[in-house]
Design a protein around this ligand. Structure first.
Ligand code: NAP
Length: 245
């Protein structure tokens, strides 16, 4: 059994893909990880898999579109630990894709709203509820899982990205705005806030043709979650490379 140090992390969407691998890597370095999952069955199974590897993790039910679950998670963390050291806002969806259904001209209001509900509104609300607990940490770290597809600089470059799922990309641009604004609001505190692009990763979302394994994709989030006191805040990274907004 890996002995937990006194750091507590919460990873959303931790039952599979990048969230699962990020949880595994954080737990492997001794951080106690609360693995958020909207499904009780999937979340418990994922936590059990890592517990069987001897890792300090626990399942916590957390659908980021459900205010009541976010409130309950914050109050449970408050009463059990009294602080939070790391928040990895990883849960994300991309809906309305395929056959041009997520283009600027064709995306439905429903798909646009559903995407923003998870990727942006849920992320902001959960973070707001947890900032008071992150303030109690000696070294609070917030990692917002964004995407290079949220980079306006890259999309607007000549020859830049041809793949443009609009709802998803706009939601990640909004996430990046939150990163910049929250980092500014928390300047002078011990909390660092950064956006991460994991790379194109083989998960249910990334598909089987992606070049990176989930364990490789998780590396950016883990680096930003464990930055030292001199590390950056209010920035956007893939690995060690800083990306343009
Ligand atoms: P994934 O395998 O589809 O996993 C997404 C996770 O988010 C799942 O655990 C899913 O839970 C969870 N989720 C969805 N809606 C939720 C909600 N309302 N509340 C809580 N959890 C919810 O995707 P992934 O590739 O690991 O993606 C993780 C993050 O990386 C996302 O933010 C994504 O945008 C970002 N990203 C991925 C890539 C890539 O190439 N894969 C590239 C750039 C950025 P369920 O199992 O219950 O659906």
């Amino acid at each position: 059994m890996t002995k937990a140090d006194n750091r507590i992390a919460l990873v959303t969407g931790a039952n599979k893909g990048l969230g699962f691998e990020t949880s595994r890597k954080l737990a492997q370095i001794g951080i106690f990880v609360l693995m958020g999952s909207r499904s009780i069955a999937r979340g418990k199974a994922a936590a059990k898999e890592l517990q069987q590897e001897g890792l300090p993790v626990e399942f916590i039910q957390l659908d980021v579109t459900k205010p009541e679950q976010m409130r309950r998670a914050a109050s449970e963390i408050t009463s059990r630990y009294g602080k939070l050291d790391i928040l990895v806002n990883n849960a994300g969806i991309s809906v309305g894709e395929g056959h041009g259904r997520n283009s600027t001209e064709s995306v439905t209001p429903k798909a646009l709203r559903a995407t923003f509900d998870v990727n942006f509104f849920g992320l902001v609300e959960l973070t707001q509820r947890l900032v008071p607990l992150l303030r109690k940490s000696d070294a609070g770290r917030i990692v917002n899982i964004s995407s290079i597809l949220g980079s306006l600089a890259i999309h607007s470059r000549e020859g830049g990205m041809s793949y443009k799922p609009f709802a998803y990309d706009a939601s990640k641009t909004a996430v990046n705005t939150f990163t910049i604004h929250l980092a500014a609001a928390l300047a002078g505190t011990a909390i660092k806030v950064n956006s991460a692009h994991p790379g194109w990763v083989r998960t249910d979302m990334g598909g089987p043709s992606a070049p990176l394994a989930a364990s490789e994709g998780a590396e950016t989030a883990v680096r930003l979650a464990t930055l030292g006191p001199d590390g950056p805040t209010g920035k956007f990274f893939h690995g060690e490379e800083e990306l343009p907004w």
